[in-house]
Design a protein around this ligand. Structure first.
Ligand code: GLN
Length: 500
């Protein structure tokens, strides 16, 4: 149905949209590139397609007809592809079909595309992404797999209009013509997509290759304005010409798999570019952190970020990392479980509640400083039942949060079941941990800060989902700036000039 119940080891991060859909991390890329909020309508899975069809069958909507892959499943797929278009606010709808041509799972999707192409004629275009493998021993690129996958696609009735060829090395002269001839496309529609230094270079490279012009020409769009990429180029210039570098520790339990923290990593990159500082992330495994070795692992870092997560594994290491950041006055950002761990740490080590915990980790603790929300207690199904999507938050005047956001009212996206337990609010406040962001309806604590610390913030929401190239998130921008104050190393001017 959705990646919400998947272990991050399977699929990387679960991305959450404004309207609370738990989706594939690809949607995060789309938001970061386009600066457009996506929604539930931007993503569909085979599970959802089948469930919808089965529900319709149960309601008798098919009037006793035999329900089949074609047309019932393919109609459902087509209806989802066209859902955004029906809103009437977009000029184009771009649909990515995941998987590989020839996969059994992909067949109904390719068939749906074939039908759509037939129905829409010139208003529909298919772009096929293929691989040009590079043989190191002979030093050549091979076009055969591209020819083959196009053949496979043709056997399913789909003629691609544009081919985008992924390659590690530049295509040699005549290669585009060769592919064009074998695959029934014109040579200008064979686009080279070479490995880039950064994913953020890709739009510029696609423009150089003329992908935009080919697409517009084939769709019959004349006189389209030149795209204004000034701010994108400005971002790239800052990103590629940092004047300092800063080291930030990311403490989590999936550090072997960087995709599990994709949006956090990208938000730190955006913040680095804004500050013209190169952010080096040190991936710290929370399961390996103990009171004894924490200084060895985190010493020398200028900022510490404790990541979101579920369950007991690695939680004690996260708490150690926070204790270190709090006591040594290292800038700290805790996200979701990272914020909850900060509350637990403060409870144990400042307030003296030795058993302070979240009821997620210990249901019987006498000090449940993080506890399950009332309306979560009756829920049995795991999928799609958390506090999900954008919620408003009111920020306290004079707080660090208000300095960061420069606003009183914000909204941020959530994905959790547990919350700060308000029964402890005053005890914490008196000891110096203050709630500076509150959900106006439910009075839920969304932000905590420590007064006696240069930069210490825990947020119950996920700011990383909102950071884009056009709008780097202020929390990350300020966090990186605070880390720079703490100990950024100035880069040698020569090396910067060299890069420029
Ligand atoms: N496990 C915690 C909860 O459910 C935190 C979730 C998260 O970090 N996304 O509340």
């Amino acid at each position: 149905m959705d990646p919400g119940t998947l272990n991050p080891y399977e699929h990387g991060e679960c991305y959450v949209t404004e309207d609370g859909a738990e989706t594939d991390l690809d949607l995060g890329h789309y938001e970061r590139f386009l600066d457009v909020h996506t929604s539930r309508a931007n993503n569909v899975t085979t599970g959802r397609i089948y469930q919808n069809v089965i529900n319709k069958e149960r309601r008798g909507e098919f009037l006793g007809k035999t329900v089949q892959v074609i047309p019932h499943i393919t109609d459902e797929i087509k209806s989802h592809i066209q859902a955004l278009g029906r809103k009437g606010i977009y000029d184009f709808v771009i649909t990515e079909v995941g998987g590989t041509v020839g996969d059994i799972e992909s067949l109904p999707y390719v068939e749906a595309i074939r039908q759509l192409k037939w129905q829409k004629g010139r208003d529909c275009l298919t772009i096929h992404l293929t691989l040009l493998p590079y043989l190191g021993t002979t030093g050549e690129l091979k076009t055969k797999p591209t020819q083959h996958s196009v053949k496979e696609l043709l056997s399913l009735g789909v003629q691609p209009d544009v081919l985008v060829c992924r390659t590690e090395h530049p295509m040699v002269k005549g290669m585009k013509e060769k592919i064009a001839l074998f695959c029934n496309v014109d040579a200008t529609a064979v686009i080279e997509s070479r490995d880039a230094d950064t994913i953020y270079d890709v739009p510029m490279l696609m423009q150089e290759e003329g992908l935009d012009e080919v697409v517009l020409r084939k769709l019959g769009v004349a006189n389209a304005p030149e795209p204004d990429l000034t701010s994108w180029k400005d971002f790239l210039r800052r990103y590629k010409n940092p004047t300092s570098e800063v080291h930030i520790g990311l403490v989590g339990k999936y550090v072997e798999l960087k995709d599990a923290y994709k949006s956090i990593k990208e938000a730190l990159e955006h913040a680095g570019a804004t500050n013209e500082s190169k952010v080096h992330i040190k991936w710290v495994h929370s399961e390996k952190l103990t009171a004894k070795n924490v200084a060895k692992h985190l010493g020398g870092l200028s900022g510490i970020l404790v990541a979101p997560g579920f369950g007991n594994r690695g939680i004690e290491g996260k708490i150690e990392a926070i204790k270190y950041a709090r006591e040594n006055k290292v800038p700290f950002l805790g996200i979701c479980l990272g914020m909850q761990a900060a509350v637990i740490e403060f409870g144990r080590n400042v307030l003296g509640f030795a058993d302070a915990n979240s009821t997620e980790m210990n249901a019987d603790t006498a000090h449940p400083v993080i506890a399950m929300m009332e309306d979560q207690k009756e829920i049995e199904n795991k999928g799609g039942t958390m506090r999900l999507g954008a919620y408003p938050c009111k920020i306290t005047d004079g707080s660090l949060a208000s300095k960061v956001y420069q606003r009183k009212d914000i909204t941020e996206r959530h994905r959790h079941r547990f919350e700060f337990n308000n029964a402890f609010l005053n005890t914490y406040k008196k000891a110096g941990m203050v709630a500076t962001g509150i959900n106006p309806q439910g009075k839920l604590v969304e932000i905590v800060e420590i007064k006696d610390h240069p930069w210490f913030m825990g947020v119950q929401f996920h700011p990383e989902y909102r950071s884009t190239v056009a709008k780097p998130h202020p929390l990350f921008v300020h966090f990186v700036a605070a880390a720079m104050k703490e100990g950024a190393v100035a880069l040698a001017v020569e090396s910067v000039a060299e890069k420029a």
